[in-house]
Design a protein around this ligand. Sequence first.
Ligand SMILES: Nc1ncnc2c1ncn2[C@@H]1O[C@H](COP(=O)(O)OP(=O)(O)O)[C@@H](O)[C@H]1O
Ligand SMILES: [Mg+2]
Length: 308
Amino acid sequence: MIQVENLTKRYAGGEAVRGISFSVEKGEVVGFLGPNGAGKSTTMRMLTGYLPATDGKIEIAGAKLPGESLLVRQRIGYMPENVPLYPEMRVEEFLEYRGRLKRVPGREIGHRVGLVLDQCGLTDVRGKIIGTLSKGYRQRVGLADALIHNPVLLILDEPTAGLDPHQIRSFRELIKELGKDRTILLSTHILSEVEMVCRRAIIINRGKIEASDTLANLEKRVQAGALQIEVKADPAKAKEKLLQLPDVAVVHELAQAGDWVFFEVTASPGKDIRGEVDTLIKKENWPLREFRREKARLEDVFVELTQE
Ligand SMILES: Nc1ncnc2c1ncn2[C@@H]1O[C@H](COP(=O)(O)OP(=O)(O)O)[C@@H](O)[C@H]1O
Ligand SMILES: [Mg+2]
């Protein structure tokens, strides 16, 4: 659905996007994740044909940029970072106007407007002046605008920026729903957003792609959190035994309570030590009352990949 090769954007101040390549398959909901200034908006503007690339190839649903930019715009619903709305227009009137601009046939306009009003939860405010709406509703109008011509691909640039937690929650539900029968590329610097709506993420930092993988695989990349165990055993002897295990890197004694000793056991990079620690505890017959491992989170991956 999206194919990008060696895409580059040079502004007067320097390179904002530095030779990135990636693809998005039909039906995927992909998070485009990166800190502020990473190059997310610049990339999305190039994908939608609003900003010419300095170099590289872009193909959207079979249409190539810059040559076929009209076709590309027909196939994409784009919600830019700052949704440009006409504050003096009524919601319904605005969507009709946008539909006509995007060449929705006259006899279909009424039907399309009704459909996107319903999809975006705007039916109750269809007659309201856009300028009087809350930020959450205005974002919905922006999304309805992106959907009016029934595009196969949605490109959403930080769609939940500036919304309050309730609005964010309902907006996410909306995006999830839309993702059931559409391809979506969604940029954000909020990690939990990606975790909630996307299966795959592309992480961009300073104009370069640092990672592109399913969330499950990204989480595997960082060292899993340490294993915490509490056993009834002689502390020094237990520590020694734990350290003898092949994949155990570090053992910290965190606390003692009576005969119980609490350890934090860290694995060598990429290793899962739960099995061997469990086997040891059983072999030594240590009574056990705590055994848990912190799960690695996308946030850890993000921090690790985008730090200075
Ligand atoms: N029109 C522009 N002219 C010059 N530099 C720009 C322009 N737009 C963005 N930049 C710069 O390009 C980099 C990437 O910006 P942007 O794509 O907006 O990042 P993001 O959306 O990830 O926050 C930043 O360093 C930004 O200052
Ligand atoms: Mg941006």
